[in-house]
Design a protein around this ligand. Structure first.
Ligand code: X2X
Length: 347
């Protein structure tokens, strides 16, 4: 009897020791701080995405996982199209990144940059929240980074310092800053403009000095940066593309966490993504689009295209669409086209 009790006691001690040592080992593998890369910081929706995610993780892991934000893609000196490679290599631990910046490494992410594929917010949702979104997450995972949730940068509207853009002819010869992702050069070339690839870090001085005439980005960036003060007097709401954001973690970092902590990080990304998408759309989805009113209040001319005017841009960029359908993958694009056509809540 006594012997049996001792054995039981020993077993209990052994179990306790094992539990303690795996816990201690797990903790020992944890970094004091994890580095999160972002292009835009707070006060933009993109920056909020990172902040909300980091705050939720810290709170829900009782500080076991501490995340520091590096906006301006400062871990890679502002070179945003290298972000995905840096994530894979472990220079960056985690990120909330735009599909545009990762497209050079993951060509299927160019899907969201295909001109006029997504006519409204319901179309973005039909892709990211449906089968296409799941397919893309498998592709990102295969490319070596763990995807957890979707967020949103937004519909990219063209702005310039010269004149209202109502037709492709208006863009003729205009020097437009684009991200260093080839589909953008193709689109602006097809429209008769003169596209110049540069990082966002270089774009801001280029706009201020007049080295470029225009740029394209979601409108919150126009208001946050007060782009009218750097000569951007004309905005056209053509809604030609929208870039979602993806919440990701480097694979080795992911595997170093306990399954329970992984689940916390994943759920926090999903929660942060939902909150951030609402922030990114605020002022653009309400009747009268208050953000456009605000921009007009800055003395800026906002051009809203008629369906016929918009059709001229669709037509001019159609060869680019057809060319990139092959690069992105005809099956994936066809699946996306069907999902968009079948979307509920069309606007
Ligand atoms: O560089 C841009 O235009 C930006 C900030 O929108 C991206 O990082 C894709």
């Amino acid at each position: 009897m006594k012997f049996r009790r001792t054995l039981l006691g020993l077993a209990a001690v052994a179990t306790a020791l094992a539990t303690f040592s795996t816990g201690a080992l797990a903790q020992a593998n944890y970094k004091a701080e994890y580095k999160m890369s972002l292009v835009l910081g707070p006060p933009t929706p993109w920056g909020q995405a990172g902040k909300i995610w980091a705050d939720l993780v810290k709170e829900r892991t009782q500080g076991r996982i501490n995340i520091k934000l590096y906006p301006g893609v400062s871990l890679i000196q502002g070179d945003q199209t290298r972000e995905f490679s840096a994530l894979r290599q472990g220079v960056i631990d985690m990120a909330v990144g735009s599909t545009i910046n990762w497209s050079p490494q993951v060509k299927q992410l160019n899907l969201f940059s295909m001109p006029f594929l997504m006519p409204d917010y319901a179309a973005i949702d039909a892709l990211t929240q449906g089968e296409v979104g799941k397919d893309l997450f498998k592709i990102v995972e295969k490319a070596g980074v763990v995807p957890l949730a979707w967020g949103e940068n937004g519909f990219r509207e063209v702005t310039n310092s010269k004149k209202p853009i109502k037709s492709p002819e208006d863009l003729k010869g205009m020097k437009i800053r684009v991200v260093g992702s080839p589909i953008y050069s193709d689109m602006f070339t097809a429209l008769g403009a003169n596209p110049t690839q540069m990082s966002w870090a270089d774009a801001q001085p280029a706009l201020a000095s007049g080295a470029v005439d225009g740029q394209e980005n979601p409108l919150f960036l126009f208001t946050v940066l007060k782009m009218h003060t750097v000569g951007q007097k004309y905005v056209t709401t053509w809604g030609y593309v929208a870039d979602p954001l993806i919440f990701v973690v480097n694979k080795e970092i992911w595997e170093s966490w306990t399954p329970a902590d992984r689940e916390i990080v994943r759920q926090a990304a999903v929660d942060a993504g939902k909150q951030e998408i609402a922030i990114a759309r605020k002022g653009l989805v309400e009747p009268g689009q208050p953000v456009l009113k605000e921009i007009e209040g800055m003395g800026v001319t906002v051009t809203r295209l008629t369906p016929a005017e918009r059709a001229a841009f669709v037509k001019a960029t159609k060869p680019v669409y057809d060319k990139w359908k092959g690069t992105v993958g005809a099956d994936l694009v066809s699946k996306a086209e069907k999902a968009v056509a079948a979307r509920p809540n069309q606007q």
